[in-house]
Design a protein around this ligand. Sequence first.
Ligand code: OGA
Ligand code: NI
Length: 338
Amino acid sequence: MAGVRAMVDLGIDHVPNEYLTSICKGITIKAPNNLPIIDLSGIDSDDLKRKSAAEAIHLACQKWGFFQVIGHGISNELMQDIIKMVHHFFNLPAKERMVYYSTDIYKSFRFSTGSIASAKKKFWSDYLCQHCRPAVHEDDVPESIPNYRKITSNYAKAVDELARKLLRIIAQNLGLGWQILEKHLDPPKQTMKMTYYPQCPCPDQAIGIGRHADPGTITVLQQELGVEGLEVNYNGQWIPVKPVEGALVINIADMLQILSNNKYKSAEHQVLVNTKRPRVSIASFYGPTDDKHIAPLEELLGDNPPMFKACLFREYMDSFYKNHLGTRNIETLRILNN
Ligand code: OGA
Ligand code: NI
């Protein structure tokens, strides 16, 4: 399977059966109020700015599990470079992309398509997935793309700094010491998924990525400007997350819901496709390593019983890939009578 882009290049004029989906889609409504855009600039040196950003993050974590940040420290130039680079890769001849094709989620660099092997329906997207921490094997990354290594390593470093900054604020917002979440994740696992959503002849019949919440701790997502597609679920309705120049989307993922003992909820989201132009996104998943045991943090329990069973992150990932479409995987860990 050479991928959706390769299929579109062959001039396909319908959605093949294995991509046909109607079940995953909700009704898209106009947002009652947009996702907050929170400015992080100056928060390290100015207490007032830090306090107001922290409050906005706390409210967004409670209400949406989703927010956008500006002043985040990743330069516009780097944000543009990485989007261009992903387009470059997906404009290569299909057989050059296939050199990197793999469905093994533990491989440190790979090209893949149509989401996960076990999904009953395929997704209208191809992607590059690269492990940043632990680092990708030097020889695995594509030689043919100019500056690939430089761009992805600078980007991963900047995302790591941003994720740490957010985790410190979120820890304090939860009433924990600022270093607790960062320490808990030490060393973190950081993975970059660079997704390419080709144009689709009948966008109502296919989905870019079906509804899900990310399994890790937090996700930093860059959307290509000028193309919509991402939607977040808010009280059962789908709210479009419009790309904003210079902004990054942050979302709470399942492990933070567990650690916080349900104080913050991971946000369900999905991606729609369109007939007009392809869309690229860069999702950086930041979370625990596979051998990490996760359970609600003792410090947050107090008199409250834990709402989730403990899990090994690797096992959670395995069940995430099995359950993926249309289910909330975190429910498999909920302790029902608590
Ligand atoms: C994901 C995801 C959103 C997007 O890869 O988990 O939700 O906008 N991506 O591509
Ligand atoms: Ni996601």
